[in-house]
Design a protein around this ligand. Sequence first.
Ligand SMILES: Cc1cc2nc3c(=O)[nH]c(=O)nc-3n(C[C@H](O)[C@H](O)[C@H](O)COP(=O)(O)O)c2cc1C
Length: 196
Amino acid sequence: MKLLHIDSSILGDGSASRELTREIVARWTAAHPETEVTYLDLAAEALPHLSQKSLSPSDEFEAARNAAALEQFLAADAIVIGAPVYNFTIPTQLKAWIDRITVAGKTFRYTANGPEGLAGNKEVIVAVARGGVRAADASGEFGEPYLKFLFDFLGIDNLTFVRAEGLAISPEHREASLRAARAAIAAYAVPEALAA
Ligand SMILES: Cc1cc2nc3c(=O)[nH]c(=O)nc-3n(C[C@H](O)[C@H](O)[C@H](O)COP(=O)(O)O)c2cc1C
């Protein structure tokens, strides 16, 4: 089984989402010791913004890098993503990765009956970290709804969010919120097996 572990926080050791993805991956590998983990630190090794150059098949370096990101995504049975909220949405580094894996004909296609996702049979777990608390009407934060829409669009039904929020309210609030997120991770049922 292959697991792709992705971090995108720019806050290094102080990152809440990095702490949570570490725990999720540790839990997953404890349940499935045979898991092959690939780690992608999108803050340390950022992909560039999508551009005409990066889309051009004649640029061999860019084409190879895009193909590698897509292959890595397609090969993964499980994907654990750290998704901090910066300025109301996901980090730009995570968006650059999404721009490499959202590829017509590979991970989705448009049909007469609407779009069809082609990247099913994956388990995706997203660790969201936010300084504030997302309002019940979902206003003011577009990262989580965006990721939900994206993975649904790509055909991925098995999507779980683990959230640590209100992290910037006070140190006590941060600790309580991280404790609640760790409890949610401990309660998460790692799937027995994933369809090939
Ligand atoms: C540049 C920047 C922008 C931020 N914008 C928001 C925001 O729009 N909404 C929010 O709730 N928290 C915001 N925060 C707080 C972060 O969501 C919080 O620090 C969280 O812990 C980030 O996850 P990380 O620790 O894994 O990087 C922002 C933090 C930074 C550094």
